[in-house]
Write a protein that binds this ligand. Structure first.
Ligand code: COA
Length: 337
């Protein structure tokens, strides 16, 4: 009998309608389209309108993933995981609200915060849940609303980050089925936590006597310092995942890396020895959407008919924490809703 595995059964995505081009950003920031395209590969991003929160995007993407999986009745889904760095509020978590609005009943619901690696961490959590028999199907959503966390005067972050949500339904199946998640590799390095984050609102920050500073609410990032860590950690984690599953680099049909910067993806491809035709890029359209980045890239590539059933995919991500993670899976040929 084949070993149990989480199997991809549905996929959905959503980006808010408002598109923000590089030229639009250049109107109030000291930047320009040429710099942004050359240094990042980003041409536009989507930003949510005022009043829109992460749960709103998560519900849209979740609904599409459920439809794609043919799972809509309460009881079909045993757990909802929302991977996000930008939850609706500190407490309560965002996922119970998302589950309720999707009509999923009194399902288990948790938020997962692992920065831009959040989707891979959530994939691992969902896989473990399914294999332990605690649920038959899990809805995993990566969702972010970065716009309110971007310092409008910081060109280092404002040109990079975008809003969106991507979701997958995973069901309990077996390792030989197309869509099986074959392995996950995860890691972290908290000694480099100062490189990227949102300091305000945590217990560390609130427990000091220092009066709050307006910048505390904003995302900061030391992009230059973090760049080589991103390349090295995604390459190491990818190699570990490939070794776990017994694939050579040449066995991989598609590398779906965290969409932070085109130059990072190119450097990663070079380190791994993968030609760039096999690297999925979506950041030109959406920027860095953190935990939503990988499922959004999967949905975009699937919509373009890029993946064939049984294709071998390597997913890899890196983010605040620092955290990183990679997963190897085969493609099931899901129908997008
Ligand atoms: N527009 C125009 N010029 C800009 C700019 C912008 N938006 N941002 C920075 N610059 C300038 C800098 O001031 C600097 O000018 P100087 O040479 O006169 O001092 C120059 O461009 C180079 O800046 P630098 O910070 O070295 O840019 P970079 O090539 O490292 O690109 C990032 C910046 C953020 C795009 C890049 O470092 C990056 O993608 N880092 C990794 C992000 C990541 O992976 N994060 C983890 C997941 S969240």
């Amino acid at each position: 009998m084949s070993a149990p595995a989480a199997v991809l059964a549905g996929l959905g995505s959503y980006v808010p309608p408002r598109t923000v081009t590089n030229d639009e950003l250049s109107q109030h920031l000291d930047t320009n389209d040429e710099w942004i395209v050359q240094r990042t590969g980003i041409r536009q991003r989507h930003w949510s309108d005022p009043g829109v929160a992460t749960s709103d995007l998560a519900v849209e993407a979740g609904h599409r993933a459920l439809k794609s999986a043919g799972a809509q009745a309460p009881g079909d889904i045993g757990m909802v995981i929302v991977a996000t760095t930008t939850p609706d509020q500190q407490c309560p978590t965002t996922s119970p609200d998302v589950a309720a609005r999707l009509g999923l009943g009194n399902v288990a619901a948790l938020d997962l915060a692992a920065g831009c690696s959040g989707f891979i961490y959530a994939l691992a959590t969902a896989s473990a849940t399914l294999m332990a028999g605690y649920a038959e199907r899990v809805l995993v959503i990566g969702a972010e609303t970065f716009r309110p966390f971007l310092n409008p005067t910081d060109r280092g972050t404002s040109v990079i980050f975008g809003d969106g949500a991507g979701a997958v339904v995973l069901r309990r199946g077996t390792i030989d089925e197309p869509g099986a998640v074959l392995t996950v590799d995860l890691g972290s390095d908290g000694s480099l936590r100062e490189l990227v984050g949102i300091p305000g609102n945590g217990s560390r920050h609130r427990s000091t006597d220092r009066p709050p500073h307006p910048d505390d609410q904003y995302l900061y990032m030391n992009g230059k310092e973090i760049f080589p860590h991103a390349v090295r950690r995604m390459a190491q984690s990818s190699s570990a995942a490939l070794e776990n599953v017994g694939w050579n680099v040449d066995d991989v049909d598609h590398v779906v890396g965290h969409q932070a910067n085109l130059r990072i993806l190119q450097a990663l491809a070079q380190l791994l020895g993968v030609d760039k035709q096999r690297v999925v890029t979506h950041l030109d359209q959406v920027g860095n959407t953190s935990a939503a980045s990988i499922p959004l890239a999967l949905a975009d590539a699937a919509a373009k008919g890029r993946f064939q059933r049984h294709d071998r995919l390597l997913l890899t991500a890196f983010g605040a924490g620092l955290t990183w993670g990679s997963a190897a899976l085969t493609w099931p040929g899901v129908t997008l809703a």
